[in-house]
Write a protein that binds this ligand. Sequence first.
Ligand SMILES: [Zn+2]
Length: 319
Amino acid sequence: MYQIGLDIGATNTRIAIVDNGEVIRSKIIPTLSGRSIHEIVDDDVASIGALMKDAAIQLSEIEAIGVGVPGAVDRINGTILHAYNLQWFNVPLAQELKKKIDKPVFVENDANCAALAELAKGVFQGKCNAFLLTLSTGVGSSMIIDGKMFSGRKGTGVEMGHVTIHEGGITCTCGNKGCLEAYCSASAIEREGRRAVIDQPYGQLYNAVKGDFKQVNAKHIMDCAKKGDAISLDIVNRFTDTLGSAIASIINLLDPEIVAIGGSLSKSGEFLIPALRENVKKKAFFKNMATATIEVTKFGSEGGAVGASLLAQYREADN
Ligand SMILES: [Zn+2]
């Protein structure tokens, strides 16, 4: 039997056919999140159909569908309670999907899905206490305590992305000011890069986008920083400094065995991790003791879809 994993992000949706954690086929489509839920679900279902056809897999061979979304969910009836980056509030996602594909549908926060993938098959395997930060359009987070996902009384907790790190700082997608997400998401890095292209019209970043600030994305900034561009390096240094403070706070609060970085920015993990480790070492409360390791996730930006595909199995084991 196979499982289908969907990771609906604010920018892209990843759809995967998975065999017990191993991706058989996957594709990425733009979410175009301003559209109605019907249009978005129709696109997802069409892509699932195309992937199944491509892999010669029948509907009878599909066990369940799991969906990760960047927000808070009602796990019982599969409703998205609120997902600011998608502007979805009380959206009956599982119900809509079931109308098109008659299979069990499980819905979960996307960072929790990514953590499940790491717990089952990735860098959290065998760990009791672990923390995940997913850095994409937004900042997601998930916490494993005693080998199990912890998400608070109503299941809506562990939103590290919306912890205030700068009182009165930049306005976040959630409406509050100074959240971690407003400084350490891919969107935040892009915002800083665009501002730099406007304010400092020279250097590698400016040349990479031929002076068109609207073209700047996080990859341009990371690539230019790797090549030593001073303006891009300044953006990345501010980013690792802020993220380092957040990770040091997580370690000081929880003392986990590992903190892992996932999401689209984890593609630059090899470049970012040494600076983060150095930064966290300076800010850790217990200076002379070994603390959590800081690693890149195994599944990177595929983790949400892989973990979503494992939801049926996880929920069954959890009951
Ligand atoms: Zn926020």
